[in-house]
Design a protein around this ligand. Structure first.
Ligand code: ADP
Length: 494
C-alpha cells in the first residue's frame, strides 16, 4: 500500500499532464536530467564504447525529446534549460571530436539552425503549457469565488447537472440538512436525506430537483419535513428551477432550501392556542345561545318589543360569534389533520333546497333562485356539505347587493354532480382566483374590506371538498359577478 503510494507520487512527479494547473515550474530538475545525460553519454562514449562518435545520433533524438518533455513539464523555463544545455553539449561535441575544417563549419551551421528551431519549439510548447495553467487557475479561482458567494448566502443551495450529479452545495445546506453533501452524489439514485412530503415518506418523484431536471418546470415553495442523522426533525421549504442555455436546453437544476423550523414551531404554538381558545369559547357560547333562545321565547309571549328586538340582535351576533369559533376550530382541525369526514348517502337536491330556503329566510334576500335541481344521490358527509353550501351561498349573498341576483343550480355532469352558485355581485379579479382559497386570505381592496369576514370560509370549503375527492373553482371578473362551481363524484346508484 505504502509502496503503491510512492509509485503514485513518482508518476505524478514525472507526468507533465498530472501537473496541469500547477505553476511550480522547475529549473533544477531539467538541468539535473539533461546535464546528467551529457555526463553519462560522454562517459559511455569514451570509457565504455571507446568511440567518441557513438553518441552523435542518440544525442539528437534524446535531446529533442528532453526539450519537448521539459517545455511541457516546466514551461518556457524548463524548455530553455534543456535547449541551452543541449546546444552547449553539441558545441562541446564539435570541439572535442576530430573533424576537418569543412565538417567543423557545417556542424557549427547546423547547430546554429538547430538552436533556433529548438528555442522556437521550447518557447511555443512552454508558452502553451503556461497558458493552459493560467486558464485552469482562473477557472479554479472562479469556482472558489462562486463557492464562497454560495457559502455566504443565508439559504441552502444545491446545483446538479442534467444527469443528476451534484456540482455545487453550500455550507448552509449542509447545516440545514445536518449532513455532508458529497459533490458527485447522484440525486436520481439516492435522496440527500430522509424526508416526508404530505405526511408520506418522500420518494424520488417528490424531489423538486429531480422534477426540474426531468421536466424543466419550476417548483415553488414545496414543504418537506426532514429527519436529520442526529434524529432532529426540521421543516424546510424548497424551490427549484431548471437552468437553460441559449438553445433552451437544460444545463443544470438548482434548489433553494430554507429552514422554516422556528416559524413552524411558532405556527404550531399559535394553532394550539387557537384550538384551545376556540374549544374554551365553544361551551359558553352554546350556553348563551340557549339562554337567549328561552329569553326570546318569553319576550315573544309577553315582553315589550324593544327588548325583543335587542335580544334578537344579541342572538344574531352570538350566531356570528359561534360561526367564527366553529371556523377557527375547523381551521385548526385541518392544520392538525383531525378534521374527519363521516360519509353516508345524501340526497344532494334536498340539501341544496334546504340551504337555499334557510338562507333566503334568514337573510331576507329574495332574489335567490334555484334554476335546476336534478335528483342526485351522493356519498358524503351531510353536515360538512351543508357547511360548504351555506358558506358559498352566504358569500354570494354577502358580496351581492340586495338588488342583485343569485342563481343556484344542480345537475349531473358525467360521473359528477355539479353545483353552481352564480351571483351578480362585486366579482373577483382574475389574479385573486387562486388566492381566495388560501387560509386567512381576503381580497385586500377597500371595497371588499367593508364586508365582515376572516378569510377562513373558502379555505375550509375547499379542504372539505378535497376530502370528498371533489373540486371547487371560481369564474369571475371584477364588477361582473361570480360563479362558484362545486363538482362531487356521484354514487353508482344514480
Ligand atoms: P370571508 O370570510 O372574508 O368572506 P372567504 O374565505 O369566504 O372569507 O372568502 C375569501 C375572499 O373571497 C373574500 O374576502 C372575498 O373577497 C372573496 N369572495 C368570496 N366569495 C365571493 C363572492 N361571491 N363575490 C365576491 N367576492 C367573493
Amino acid at each position: 500500500m505504502v509502496q503503491y503510494a510512492h509509485v503514485k507520487k513518482i508518476v505524478h512527479f514525472l507526468n507533465p499532464l498530472a501537473r496541469l494547473g500547477q505553476r511550480n515550474y522547475s529549473f533544477f530538475f531539467p538541468f539535473l536530467v539533461v546535464f546528467g545525460t551529457c555526463i553519462f553519454l560522454e562517459f559511455y562514449a569514451f570509457a565504455i564504447a571507446h568511440n567518441p562518435d557513438v553518441v552523435n545520433s542518440v544525442a539528437i533524438f534524446l535531446f529533442v525529446f528532453y526539450i519537448l518533455y521539459f517545455s511541457l513539464r516546466d514551461g518556457v523555463k524548463g524548455g530553455f534549460t534543456a535547449v541551452i544545455l543541449t546546444i552547449l553539449y553539441y558545441l562541446y561535441i564539435i570541439a572535442t571530436r576530430d573533424r576537418t575544417a569543412e565538417q567543423f563549419r557545417a556542424s557549427i551551421t547546423t547547430t546554429i539552425v538547430l538552436s533556433g528551431l529548438y528555442a522556437l519549439l521550447a518557447w511555443i510548447i512552454g508558452w502553451l503549457r503556461q497558458r493552459i495553467d493560467t486558464l485552469i487557475e482562473s477557472e479554479a479561482n472562479e469556482k472558489t469565488r462562486l463557492q464562497s458567494i454560495l457559502d455566504q448566502l443565508p439559504v441552502g443551495i444545491v446545483v446538479a447537472n442534467p444527469d443528476g450529479t451534484i456540482t455545487h452545495a453550500n455550507k448552509q445546506l449542509m447545516a440545514i440538512l445536518g449532513t455532508k453533501i458529497p459533490i458527485g452524489h447522484n440525486v436520481y439514485t439516492k435522496p440527500l436525506v430522509q424526508s416526508t412530503y404530505n405526511k408520506k415518506t418522500a420518494t424520488q418523484n417528490d424531489s423538486p430537483l429531480v422534477h426540474v431536471l426531468k421536466t424543466g418546470n419550476p417548483v415553488i415553495r414545496k414543504e418537506f419535513t426532514i429527519h436529520t442523522q442526529t434524529g432532529k426533525k426540521k421543516y424546510v421549504l424548497i424551490s427549484s428551477s431548471a437552468i437553460h442555455n441559449a438553445q433552451n436546453k437544460i444545463i443544470a437544476g438548482a434548489s433553494i432550501v430554507s429552514d422554516i423550523t422556528q416559524h413552524k414551531i411558532l405556527e404550531e404554538r399559535k394553532d394550539d392556542f387557537v384550538n384551545m381558545a376556540s374549544h374554551e369559547l365553544k361551551t359558553p357560547i352554546t350556553s348563551i345561545k340557549i339562554y337567549l333562545n328561552s329569553l326570546q321565547k318569553q319576550l315573544n309571549e309577553n315582553g315589550d318589543p324593544k327588548s325583543l328586538s335587542l335580544v334578537n340582535r344579541l342572538h344574531d351576533q352570538t350566531q356570528r360569534l359561534q360561526k367564527l369559533v366553529n371556523d377557527l376550530l375547523d381551521v385548526s382541525r385541518l392544520q392538525t389533520g383531525v378534521l374527519t369526514i363521516a360519509k353516508d348517502e345524501v340526497k344532494l337536491h334536498e340539501l341544496v333546497k334546504e340551504v337555499v330556503d334557510i338562507l333566503r329566510t334568514s337573510t331576507k334576500h329574495e332574489n335567490i333562485k334555484i334554476a335546476k335541481n336534478d335528483q342526485i344521490l351522493i356519498y358524503a358527509d351531510k353536515l360538512r356539505l351543508y357547511q360548504v353550501l351555506t358558506n358559498v351561498l352566504s358569500n354570494a349573498i354577502k358580496y351581492t347587493p340586495e338588488s342583485g341576483k343569485i342563481v343556484v343550480s344542480l345537475k349531473k355532469n358525467g360521473k359528477n354532480a355539479l353545483v353552481t352558485i352564480k351571483d351578480s355581485g362585486i366579482g373577483i379579479a382574475k389574479e385573486e382566483h387562486r388566492k381566495i382559497f388560501q387560509r386567512l386570505y381576503r381580497v385586500g381592496e377597500e371595497k371588499e374590506r367593508t364586508f365582515p369576514g376572516f378569510g377562513m370560509g373558502l379555505y375550509i370549503v375547499q379542504e372539505i371538498i378535497k376530502k370528498h375527492r371533489g373540486k371547487i373553482w371560481v369564474e369571475s371578473e371584477k364588477g361582473k359577478g361570480t360563479t362558484f362551481s362545486i363538482s362531487l363524484p356521484l354514487t353508482a346508484k344514480n
